[in-house]
Every structure is written in C-alpha cells, then in structure tokens.
Design a protein around this ligand. Structure first.
Ligand SMILES: Nc1ncnc2c1ncn2[C@@H]1O[C@H](COP(=O)(O)OP(=O)(O)OP(=O)(O)O)[C@@H](O)[C@H]1O
Ligand SMILES: [Mg+2]
Length: 308
C-alpha cells in the first residue's frame, strides 16, 4: 500500500494518542541520508529528497488568537535523531505535536502552513489522524503506563490493530527486548506496570510505542523525570532505535542533544509590542555544527548557557 493510501484508510477505533499502530513501516523503504553535504548548511533546512520523512513549510501554530509558533520550515530525515532545543515556552512541544496531529486534540489549537509526510499533506481532510498517530508514536515527559499489566501495556496497541492472540507473546517479547527491558521484566509480565521504577516505566512506554511498528517516534523530554543511570539507558536505546525509526526528541539537556542527535533545531521566543511571546526557529543544522560553530548569536548564547 502506498503511504498516501494507507494514511487515508479510515479506522473505526479512536485509539489513545499515545498508542500508535501500523502494520507496515514506511521508513524501512528509505536508506539513510548523508547530511554532511551542502544541503545541511545552517538554515538550509528543507532537504528535498526521497529520504525526507517530514517537510514543513511556513508552519504557524495558534492557540485561539495566540500565535505560539511562527514560520517554521524544516525537513526531518529518515533514520536520524533530530533534537529540538530552546528556552521554555518557545514552542518545542507545540511543534512536536504537529507531527502526529496531536494539537488537534487541544481545543482552539490551529496549525497553518504545510506539513508533508512522505509526500502526503498531513493536514488535508482525507488523512485519518488516527492512522497518523499509529505511524507517528509519542513518548511523553512523564512515563504514563496504563493501569494494566506489563504485558497488556505492550499488547494493547497491537490488539487494537488486529494482531492475533497467537502473535501477541512474540510482539510483547520483541518490543520489550528492543526497549532493553525484557531481561528485567520477563518473570513479572502479568504484574502491574505501576510496580516498575521510573526508568523502567519510560522504557515500557517506548516498548509500547514501538510495539505497533511506527515509522517515527516523537519524544518530549523523555528523560527529564529520570536519574542519570536511567537517562543513560534511554540514550543508548535511542541510538539503537534509530536504525529502525526516525526519532524527534525535545530536550532541555544540551549534553544530551549533543550526544544523541544528528540534527538540532534551536527555537527561541520573541515578544511583540503587545507582550505576546511567539516561538520561532532560529537555526537548524547538523548537531556538531550547532554545538561547535553556530551561525546565529542567539544559538551561541543559549548553548553556552548565557540565556535560557
Ligand atoms: N494547550 C495550550 N493552550 C494555550 N496555550 C498553550 C497551550 N500549550 C502551550 N501553549 C502556549 O504556547 C507556547 C509554547 O508552549 P510549548 O509548551 O510548546 O513550549 P515548550 O517550548 O515546549 O516549553 P517547555 O520547555 O517549558 O516545555 C507557550 O506560550 C504556551 O503557554
Ligand atoms: Mg515542552
């Protein structure tokens, strides 16, 4: 099935937005992109090629009359980790939610401009947001397991997507192994997910997100509630997962962005004469450039800790 057709398949079930399912992964059809060339110079953000997962043009996001984010244009490459950094309130979460149409679940939120996903306009009426959220999974800041067993947390999405009972044991084992949690939970699969530590719960949420074979995983500060050891494990996991998934991560931790991401987008916030604070993209470049040779003085001030 083409991505376009698949996205437009109407699904009867409105699943929880954090549970994403898809029978096939689009990303596997695309080889890894080389971002070292001219196309990756700062602010040359739109890389038009077949390995682009998302292409955003002039994206504006409003909450009612309030313009929270303006004029964002950038492309996200397949099987890369893209980090969004910037001061609180600059619109990182708002922008992240654009990629799986989660802003639509917020009353009054409105996205303008173009977000193209594998050649499909994401915000056209024919596209089914439930299917989008199945392909573009999300992991939140605070681990949010369901009040169910470890097993049922992972099996929930695949069950909704129509997986057979006989397949579920395999899916659960595979997903937990992929999320580096299997060895720690294999003997307690039927116990409550609430009995896990915070770091384990976050890996469970990652396992739950990948159990439905998404194409992209969005992560909004996934380590901010974790200790350094649990954080290290999640970072290792992200490095592993990018061989199969495209990952977009919001982080306040500069070292983390530098360690784990291929591309970094720095957002800032600008107040107008009415005092309205609107976020904007300042600079988007390979992470190594952002952290060693940023083009914009605002980026440099932020990464060196002088503002933010
Ligand atoms: N549901 C909402 N309704 C109204 N305004 C919102 C909503 N969510 C976010 N905003 C506003 O949009 C702007 C961007 O918020 P957002 O949460 O995207 O920032 P952020 O960069 O993720 O910040 P942080 O680093 O603190 O998480 C802020 O001014 C915020 O108050
Ligand atoms: Mg946020």
């Amino acid at each position: 099935m083409t991505p376009e057709k698949a996205l437009m398949t109407q699904e009867p079930d409105a699943t929880a937005p954090e549970v994403m399912a898809t029978a096939e992964t689009v990303a596997s059809q695309h080889p890894r992109i080389d971002v070292s060339g001219a196309a990756a110079t700062p602010m040359a953000a739109n890389r038009a090629d077949t390995q682009t997962v998302f292409r955003c043009d002039d994206v504006h996001v409003y909450y009612g009359d309030f313009l929270a984010l303006r004029n964002v244009s950038l492309s996200i490459a397949v099987h890369e980790v893209t980090a969004f950094i910037g001061p609180s309130g600059c619109g990182k979460t708002t922008f992240l939610r654009c990629f799986n149409r989660m802003n639509e679940l917020i009353e009054g939120a409105r996205v303008e401009g173009s977000i193209n996903y594998h050649g499909v306009e994401l915000y056209q009426d024919e596209v089914d947001p439930v299917e989008v959220r199945r392909r573009v999974g999300m992991v939140f800041q605070k681990p949010n397991p369901f009040p169910k067993s470890i097993y049922d947390n992972i099996a929930y999405g695949p069950r909704l997507a129509g997986a057979k009972r006989s397949e579920l044991d395999d899916i659960v084992e595979r997903s937990l192994t992929r999320a580096a949690l299997w060895d720690e939970v294999r003997d307690r699969l039927k116990t409550s997910a609430y009995g896990l530590s915070g770091g384990q719960q976050q890996r469970l949420c990652i396992a739950r997100a990948i159990a439905v074979q998404p194409d992209v995983v969005l992560m909004d500060e996934p380590c901010s509630a974790l200790d350094p050891i649990a954080t290290g494990r999640i970072e290792e996991l992200i490095a592993e997962l990018k061989t199969d998934y495209t990952i977009i991560i919001v982080t306040h931790n500069m070292q983390q962005a530098a360690r784990i991401s291929d591309m970094t987008a720095f957002f800032s916030v600008q107040a107008n004469e009415m005092g309205q604070r609107t976020g904007e993209l300042v600079e988007y470049a390979p992470t190594s450039l952002i952290f060693t040779n940023p083009e914009d003085p605002r980026t440099e001030a932020y990464i060196t800790g002088r503002v933010g």
